[in-house]
Design a protein around this ligand. Structure first.
Ligand code: TYM
Length: 334
């Protein structure tokens, strides 16, 4: 609890261009939950360097991401939107938690296996201990709830295990967090291969809708989405392409998948794809407009960055001091 509210933590990597998957699986839920909780939203730039980055590009993307959080509707004066690298407690707690995490646990992480296969020339220790830094992000703020897409569930389970292990030795130090997974949109699939998740790093630009895509591009990508030859709009596993489009439409409009099936009963795929495109454009347009305004206001964004780094640092230091004392680090002499 913080200021009488439960605490929410989540973050995104400042790597690549954000996709509709990131928006529907995570960001949209952040916006819906932000009044109910005391929220911390990290731009997790420290995670980004587990894969080689161009420093200028990373810096720009980190700032763009921070503005996207605000443009999506999170008020940065009520919620703490900040850069992970501005709060040294993340790295300090990650070190301690590394000593409470087993190699075998990290070896089982599917994201590590995927990324190691993709970046075979740079399988660094940071890529391996990535989930420990993520656990530190969450536990540092004593988060009760962590809204993420399904692909982050395994990391969240590990976070819970590490928190419980630590608490088992030292008493109730960490809040054990719960995942918050949205009812629809928690796993948006590629538009070109609906057996794969929509991903920032997909090489085929038609596979993903990017948050900054213009309306024509969005419509073209929806129209080109891979479907099937069944010719019926039904929500079932045998039709993964249509099912994915139903998920997208449903997450954008707030209708349930069953309602969507009813709405398009008897209609062709072409009309449905157009409707999906329009729904996505309707959701992204206000975000893009707000983003364009924010990008002009350097002073305002700088002010947010400064104030929130302090706010996050303060909350983080509280947990870190407690943890350091528990594990036996000597008190500072003041
Ligand atoms: P990242 O940056 O890969 O993704 C950010 C968020 O978007 C969700 N997501 C999706 N949801 C639905 N469908 C998709 N196709 C899709 N693709 C991505 C992710 O589940 C995530 O919620 N390790 C994290 C970042 C992180 C973090 C944290 C998250 C670092 N520390 C602490 C929560 C709490 C990551 O790489 O997410």
């Amino acid at each position: 609890m913080l200021n009488g509210k439960k605490v929410l933590y989540s973050g995104m990597q400042a790597t690549g261009n954000l996709t509709l998957g990131n928006y529907l699986g995570a960001l949209k839920n952040w916006v819906n939950l932000c009044d109910e909780y005391e929220c911390f939203y990290g731009v997790v730039d420290m995670h980004s360097i587990t894969v080689r980055q161009d420093p200028t590009v990373l810096r720009q993307r980190a700032r763009n991401l921070l503005m996207i959080y605000i443009a999506a509707g999170i008020d940065p004066e009520k919620n703490c939107i900040y850069y992970q690298s501005h709060v040294s407690g993340h790295a300090e707690l990650a070190w301690i938690l590394n000593c409470f995490t087993y190699m075998g646990e990290l070896n089982r992480m599917t994201q590590f296996k995927d990324k190691a296969a993709k970046h075979a020339d740079n399988i660094n220790a940071g890529l391996f201990t990535y989930p420990v830094l993520m656990a530190a992000d969450i536990l540092l703020y004593q988060a009760d709830v962590v809204p993420v897409g399904i692909d982050q569930m395994q990391h969240l389970e590990l976070t819970r295990d590490v928190a419980q292990r630590f608490n088992g030795v030292y008493g109730d130090v960490f809040t054990v967090p719960e995942a918050y997974i949205g009812k629809v949109g928690a796993k948006i699939m590629s538009l070109q291969d609906p057996s794969k998740k929509m991903s920032k790093s997909d090489e085929n630009p038609n596979a993903s809708i990017y948050l900054m895509d213009d309306p024509d591009t969005i419509m073209r990508k929806c129209r080109r989405a891979v479907t099937d030859s069944e010719g019926q709009i039904q929500y079932r596993e045998e039709q993964p392409g249509i099912r994915n489009l139903i998920d997208i439409y449903s997450a954008c409009t707030g209708k349930t998948p069953q309602e969507v099936v009813g709405e398009f009963d008897g209609q062709g795929y072409g009309d449905f794809k157009t409707a999906v495109g329009e729904a996505v454009i309707g959701v992204l347009r206000p975000l893009q407009e707000r983003y364009a305004e924010l990008a002009k206001d350097k002073g305002y964004i700088d002010g947010i960055i400064k104030a929130n780094a302090e706010k996050a640092g303060y909350a983080a230091a509280k947990t870190l001091r407690k943890v350091q004392r528990k594990v036996g680090f000597p008190d500072r002499i003041r």
